[in-house]
Ligand binder design. Sequence first.
Ligand code: SAM
Length: 202
Amino acid sequence: MGMQKIKKINEIMTEQIKHICETREAFDNYYSTKISQGMALGESEIEIIKFISEEFGKNAAICEPGCGMGQIPIALSALGFNNVTGIEVRKDRLDDSEHLKSMVSNKFKNAGKFKLLLDRFPNSNLYDLLITFNFVSTYNNENTDKLLESFKSHGCVIMDISRFGIRRDTEEELHEFLKKINSHGLAFERIFKTIYMVRKVD
Ligand SMILES: C[S@@+](CC[C@H](N)C(=O)[O-])C[C@H]1O[C@@H](n2cnc3c(N)ncnc32)[C@H](O)[C@@H]1O
């Protein structure tokens, strides 16, 4: 699969996010840090994108709630996935994402094809795949159980377990969280570092 293509998409997005950061007086630490590290897509996101490209068909219904500027949905669309949705609760982030997707579509026209929704987490919708990456701000530890329960209505979920609900930095915290996932009748499989594939046990 086209690592060269992913690299190119990453380059375009990095330039654009840099530009967005420069033109804002106060920009979130999150994106400033990312850009100071020199990339819109970090190694985990690249692994997620590679995994999806290898494991899912181009028509799979994929959604990233809390997509921020939409780097993952944009990259997936640019690679030819044609049923991708990004959900964001913040209007300013959504506007940035619209800008980013139009910039990437100058080079990869499919990049513009994904849907962006101003909404909250999709509890009732049905997707083949949800992605929750660095999805921390609104949900906290108290409603993590509700969220995990809602995952059963979707095909499967790729999640960064170190940044789900709260930050989990120690091995023990990560292990506890995996036990919690299991207790909801969900199975998990490690994809990369703290990125896991979670699905309902049959
Ligand atoms: C740390 S950012 C990460 C953005 C993106 N996933 C990334 O890694 O670049 C978390 C995003 O989730 C959004 N968010 C938080 N709670 C949400 C909710 N309930 N529904 C939709 N978006 C949400 C925030 O507005 C923020 O843009």
